[in-house]
Structures are given as C-alpha cells and as structure tokens.
Design a protein around this ligand. Structure first.
Ligand SMILES: [Fe+2]
Ligand SMILES: [Fe+2]
Length: 361
C-alpha cells in the first residue's frame, strides 16, 4: 500500500493539500485578520452611562429654598481664582449683591452653554453623523455621533432649565442679546471655502469638546449649590466621554490629511480656540451698570477683564487638553504650525523640545 506523505511547512508542521476554493477562503480570512480593526468607540457604553439614559431626574431641576436663604447664604464660592469678583471696584458689594452678580454670570454661562450645544457642537455632530467625513472615519464612529447629538440636546434642555430657575430665583432679566462667541464661530466657518467646510465644522467640534470639561470644572468650583453641582457633574461625566470621542476622531483624521489641508487646518485651529473664548463685553458692561457702578469704575473693570493678557491667560487655562491631543497627533512637529500656535500665545517658544503648551496661569 502506497503511503501518502503529508507536506511539511517551514516549521515542520503537517499541512494537507486543500482544494482551491478552501485556499481562497483561507486567504480572505487572513486578509481580514490582517486588516486593522476599526477602533472601539469612546461612546460604546453610551446606553448604560449617558445621563440622558440613566439620569432622567435632571429634567426636574429646580432651585428649592426660600428667597432669603438664596440671597443671604454664600452659595457661590468667591475665591481668589475669580479675578472678576476680586476686582477692587467690586469689593464694596455685600453678600446678597455678590450672590446676584454671581447668579447673573452663572446664568450667562449656562445660556452660552445651551446655545453652544445646539448651534455649534451639534452642527459638528451632524457633519460626522451624516458620514460626510467618510474619507477619514469608519461608518461605525460616524453613527456614534448621533449618541453625542442626543446627549447635547439633553444637556441644552437641562442647562436651559437651570438658567431659567436661577433667573427666576434672583429676578434676573433675560439677556437675549446676540452671543458674540456663537457669532464668531459661525463667521469663522462661513469664511472657510466650501470644500473644506465639513472638516472645519469637525475641527470646531473637536476644539469645543476637548475644552468644555475644564469650563464645567471651573464653574463647579465656584458653585456651592448641591442641586446645581449634581447637574454640572452629570454634564461633566458625559463630556469626558465626548472629549475622548473627539480626541479619537482627531487622531484618525489628522494623519490622513494632505500637506495642504494640514497647513490650512493647523493654522485654523488656534483661531477656533480663540473664537471659543470671545469676550462678551456687552453682557459684563450691562451687569456692572445694573449693580450701580459708575461709568469710570465700569471702564476700569472692563479694561482689566477684557485685556489681551487676561483673555489669553483665560484661553490658555482652558485648552490644555486640546493641546495635548494636538501634540499626541504630531501637529506641533511641523515648525510652521508650531509657530502659529506660539503667535497666538498657546505654545511657548522652546526650540529644544519643539514646542510646549504655554503654562496656564
Ligand atoms: Fe454637552
Ligand atoms: Fe459634548
């Protein structure tokens, strides 16, 4: 009887002859295994963690307590970190007045946040969700933008409710003047040539979503009201995921951009960071007039708060996370781009290390 010898592969393992279709199937499986798996989305646990899913009680937000309690108790934290409240022109204010000023600023922050959620971040989320960046992102990550879109709608809702409750409690007038930050961001994207506009919205979403956690943390530090803290904490937890999601997307998009796109968007990014920190002088002028400051004192406060030094310091204190992602993605390896960030006061000149995030104050 003829003995049929099995072939041996280079490692000495036996392999048997296969039919051509079996070989082809194995080849396809090997190619599939060799293809890098799309990264796992930062929003993969959204169903069990997003506040819109697990914290419906946030829709019931209200400021309980009587009016005297709210005006006479220090439920805003007045620290040295808050340079506006520490200005000499405001030193004479008593606690109810200080609470009223802080309440107006908090309502302004919350109104700004509500607008930012649906007028800015959700426009970026739409661009991704409609798969308009399909050249750079896998479809699964694009679909996940709808989770973020849903979150932002919920945040806008409970944030607007909190703002209204604060305005009711402190009898604050509605401040419905145009928001200069929203206008600046929309004008910035409108100025980008149409073929690059989807990517510009993506960059705006990336910058906004990697900076918002710091803004929420700063507001939490200045607030002593537990109901409000719970609301901000829920928002913060969602935004940690959003920041991770956008950082992940940026890490996928940036390396795929051509040299011209890298030059264009690398120069656009610092202007986006700047636009996000557009100073609302009209609001603060109105607020200072309301508490009875004379025009000379108002100008002194505005000159200090609106100064380039103060604005740059504020911007730097908020964008550390964004700059870290840019550094990780290799943006600052390009000397020309690093220079643009240095010119905007976002990076320190450091020829030895090739650029380092400017130190926050
Ligand atoms: Fe949000
Ligand atoms: Fe977000």
């Amino acid at each position: 009887m003829r003995h049929r010898r099995a072939r041996q592969d280079s490692r000495g393992c036996c392999v048997s002859r296969k039919r051509p279709e079996a070989v082809a199937a194995r080849g396809a499986a090997e190619r599939l295994a060799a293809t890098p798996r799309p990264p796992e989305s930062a929003l993969k646990d959204w169903i069990s963690s997003a506040s819109v899913r697990v914290k419906p009680s946030l829709t019931d937000f209200d400021l309980s307590g009587n009016a005297g309690e709210f005006s006479g108790v220090q439920w805003f934290v007045f620290g040295h970190a808050d340079e506006f409240m520490s200005h000499p022109a405001l030193r004479h204010l008593d606690m109810p007045q200080r609470n009223a000023v802080s309440a107006a600023r908090l309502a302004h922050f919350l109104d700004d946040m509500t607008l930012t959620e649906h007028r800015i971040v959700n426009v970026a989320a739409q661009v991704i969700a409609e798969n308009r960046l399909r050249a750079y992102l896998p479809e699964r990550l694009a679909i996940d933008a709808l989770k973020l879109y849903t979150d932002e709608g919920y945040h806008a809702y409970f944030t607007a409710q909190a703002s209204r409750a604060i305005r009711d409690r402190f009898a604050l007038p509605v401040h419905d003047a145009p928001n200069p930050k929203i206008a600046a961001l929309e004008a910035l994207v409108a100025g980008v040539p149409a073929p690059r506009r989807d990517l510009a919205w993506f960059m705006v979403g990336f910058v906004g979503e990697t900076m918002i956690t710091k803004a929420i943390v700063d507001t939490m530090r200045a607030t002593a009201h537990t109901g409000l803290l719970a609301l901000l904490q829920a928002h913060l937890e969602d935004e940690w995921q959003h920041a991770r999601y956008f950082a992940q997307l940026f890490g996928l998009v940036w390396p795929q951009l051509g040299a011209a796109d890298k030059a264009f968007f690398g120069a656009l990014l610092p202007t986006i960071i700047q636009a996000f920190h557009t100073w609302d002088e009209a609001f603060h002028r109105h607020l200072l007039a309301q508490i009875g400051l004379d025009s000379a004192a108002i100008e002194r406060v505005l000159a200090q708060e609106g100064s380039e030094t103060r604005r740059t310091a504020h911007m730097r204190s908020r964008c550390g996370n964004t700059l870290q992602v840019l550094e990780r993605s290799g943006v600052f390896k390009q000397a020309a781009l690093r220079t643009v960030f240095v010119q905007h006061g976002l990076l320190e000149r450091d020829s030895a290390r090739g650029g380092r995030a400017a130190r926050a104050p």
